[in-house]
Write a protein that binds this ligand. Sequence first.
Ligand code: PA5
Length: 341
Amino acid sequence: KTIDGGQMLGALAGLPDQCRGAVALARNQEINYSRSFQNVVVTGLGGSAIGGDFLRVFCADKSPVPVTVNRDYHLPGYVNEHTLVFAVSYSGNTEETLSAYEEAKAKGAAVVAVTSGGKLADLAQKDGIPFLAIPGGLQPRAATGYLFLPLLIVMEKLHLISVLTDDLEDLGRALEDMGRRLAPEVEETNNPAKQLAKLFYQKIPVIWGVSGTTETVAMRWKGQINENSKAPAYFNVLPELNHNEIVGTEAPAELLKKIELVFLHSLDDHPRVEKRFEITKEIIGERVSGITEIWGEGNCLLSRMFTLTYLGDYTSVYLAILYGINPSPVELITLLKNKLA
Ligand code: PA5
């Protein structure tokens, strides 16, 4: 069976333009909240929540207010009229997000809906809640530009962060550059995504990132391998995993040889974390079948996070192709949602 993954590859090729479009879309959106904010909550699930995690990591040292991500029916108890709540659902029909949206309204929070349509769009329109209408027709996980950048721009509009134009331009350039190297027409010898997919084939990828820099990227790689390649994958972060998961490498060699380990680095990592990576490699290098180390590219954290993300996205699609699987449909998620309906 030959699967070309064409639809998902097409969406990936469009990511740099999607990012530019997402910024423009949010800049043109009127957001009229004039109150002061104490915190920001992004509520969503799966592909619609990960943009919130990128926002959380990016804003951690740049915004005066904390950003948290909520993947549940209920919102945290501290949500009140001084909370900015982004209710994000690509389809607009995810029941947990709809429930959290209603709760945010009931608590008097300043709500902004981000969706391509569905019940969330209807509710926001009826309730007079500002909503960012993002284009439909993609899988949520292929719409990360739309599910992350508008949130950042809205925070900028509300004076909760300042986004440098230089950073956004650098992001566009870095993605275009990486996209050229990962494209399907580039042979495996020059294409790091195809090389990684081959490495992951018939193995269990374990992705180790870093708290505060590549943690969301590591989570994203795991999710993309699950949803696009229909394969198991796991992630964890340093420094925490130095306090537990490394001990797991004392397992029998037979078990460990199924695992393919990847370290995701960034220039933004704490120097002690880089030291930890070095020592970890020294201690466990002999036990595991191999360790692949990758650094994000570009001149700012935004570019470094998203170039790594882009590499993981392409890798997961090439892995799907190796498994002879169509990356786009997520039939088990649809089945589960239908059974709940
Ligand atoms: O990637 C996917 O398809 C899922 O993870 C969905 O994003 C998740 O089920 C939530 O759906 P939605 O993004 O439409 O709210």
